[in-house]
Design a protein around this ligand. Structure first.
Ligand code: ZN
Length: 242
């Protein structure tokens, strides 16, 4: 089965709609979401509606919890904290219930997929997989044969064994008994210098993975952030993918 993995939408509806259009074009109907549906962008409700309706499974991101749990944004930088407070005010009761219900970890064993927002050793801590040491450590807790999908850094990367230990994940093939940790990048707030929305498509039968990019109307997303009175940097960075 072909399944899309999307992460870190961050309330960016323009980016999410572009990804949805691309999935339609590719004929990929199934998807899972790795969290941070909200935070930074101005359409948290619409992004929650899409994920709640479409995703086979969804795990919580730190920004999802920050929007619904008192004190969960205390360690955010000032702009992220302001966005979390703004998002919390925008949410309907049903949105809060949905975000609060999300698990921090999920498994789809028939598809050999494990899902977590940040990393899989201590998923509740929302640590970052920043380098090969982090990647190696995370890989050790993935069940052989499985692929653990993560987001959180907003930078796509793939760690696997056997095979090339580390690459950008743009085209991967996984051995049947091999295991991997794949960061699928960010739909709504890419930070690898490419401003296009980023997501992954996994073929569970072929055991292949592709990281894909799609252009979207980032100017509109940035303008809406400005007009909502949110910190301007949150919109400006969409232009640069940083
Ligand atoms: Zn994020």
């Amino acid at each position: 089965m072909k399944i899309a993995i999307i992460s870190d939408i961050h309330g960016n509806l323009e980016a999410l709609e572009a990804v949805a259009g691309e999935l339609e074009r590719l004929g990929v109907r199934e998807l899972v979401c790795l969290g941070d549906i909200v935070g930074y962008g101005t359409n948290p409700r619409e992004c929650i509606d899409f994920v709640a309706e479409r995703a086979l499974a969804t795990v919580a991101g730190n920004h999802d919890l920050a929007a619904v749990l008192e004190g969960a944004s205390d360690f955010f930088n000032p702009a992220a904290r302001e966005a979390a407070a703004w998002t919390a005010r925008e949410l309907r009761a049903s949105d809060r219930a949905f975000l609060a219900s999300l698990p921090v970890q999920a498994r789809l064993d028939d598809l050999t997929m494990e899902l977590v927002h940040g990393e899989c050793v201590m998923p509740r801590m929302f640590e970052y997989i920043q380098d090969c040491v982090d990647g190696y450590r995370a890989l050790q807790v993935v069940q052989p044969g499985n692929i653990c999908f993560v987001g959180h850094t907003h930078v796509a990367v793939c760690f696997r064994e056997p095979g090339p230990f580390y690459d950008d994940g743009s085209q991967c093939h996984f051995e049947p008994e091999g295991r991997a940790v794949v960061n699928v990048g960010s739909v709504g707030q890419p930070r690898d210098g490419d401003r296009r929305a980023c997501f992954a498509v996994f073929d569970s039968a072929e055991r292949t993975l592709e990281i894909r990019r799609v252009a979207y109307d980032y100017e509109t997303a940035a303008r809406k952030i400005r007009e909502a009175g949110l910190p301007q940097v949150l919109g400006d960075r969409l232009r640069f993918g940083r």
